[in-house]
Design a protein around this ligand. Structure first.
Ligand SMILES: [Zn+2]
Length: 214
């Protein structure tokens, strides 16, 4: 390979994470329409009080891109997808005072997926992004299963500083994916207990099981 070819390879915009189409990072228009159709709000099945927004269904190219972003060391792609989500929410007229995210890791570890997505959403909406929620641990499904058990431990309570920020505010809580919605419902309950007046949820991709009735 010549130096020129090598440089072209480095400089050429990267491929679509979903289908590998060239020069379409992070997602080509087929995998993720540049103007997504309906992004919500739906009702979160696990807590119908919580409006749920999503860039698209958890299938096809968007699912592949999300998995690639999470598993293949593509954190910048998650932030960029978060910006796309933020732009769609802005167009849909979402109203919030701050953005937070479902924390998947303990403090001190590298930033996690939902935080990166939340940063993209917050930057696009011009809102502060604040880490208010303690890590819930485990995967969405596992956490939701535990949440259905009567002996579940209460979700972590945001610290006092966070409670002051939350008082009477409208909070948008971000995660990468909603499968059962149990994690988001737990997060919303914690935020409301801490004083949030209204909590909405936004994810990159949503499974049908996360969406409740009309
Ligand atoms: Zn694609």
């Amino acid at each position: 390979m010549s130096v020129v070819e090598l440089l072209e390879g480095l400089l050429r915009p990267a491929r679509c994470l979903g289908c590998g189409a060239p020069a379409a990072w992070p997602c080509c228009a087929r995998c993720l329409p540049s103007e997504p159709g309906q992004v919500g709000p739906w009702r979160l099945a696990a807590d119908p009080q919580v409006p749920l927004w999503a860039l698209g269904p958890y299938q096809g190219g968007l699912r592949a891109a999300l998995l690639a972003g999470k598993l293949d060391g593509q954190p910048a792609a998650l932030t960029e997808l978060g910006r796309r989500l933020g732009a769609a929410l802005d167009a849909a007229g979402v109203g919030a005072d701050l953005v937070t995210w479902v924390a998947g890791r303990s403090a001190g570890l590298p930033r996690d997926h939902a935080e990166r997505i939340g940063a993209g959403v917050a930057a696009t909406l011009g809102l502060p992004a604040l880490g208010l929620l303690a890590p819930a641990g485990g995967r969405d499904l596992g956490r939701a299963r535990r949440a259905n058990r009567p002996d579940r431990p209460p979700p972590a309570r945001p610290p006092p500083r966070a409670r002051r920020r939350l008082a009477g505010g409208r909070v948008l809580v971000v995660d990468d994916l909603a499968t059962t919605g149990g994690t988001l419902a737990g997060a919303a309950a914690s935020l409301r207990r801490a004083g949030a007046r209204r909590v909405e949820a936004a994810v990159l991709a949503v499974a049908p099981t996360a969406i409740g009735g009309p």
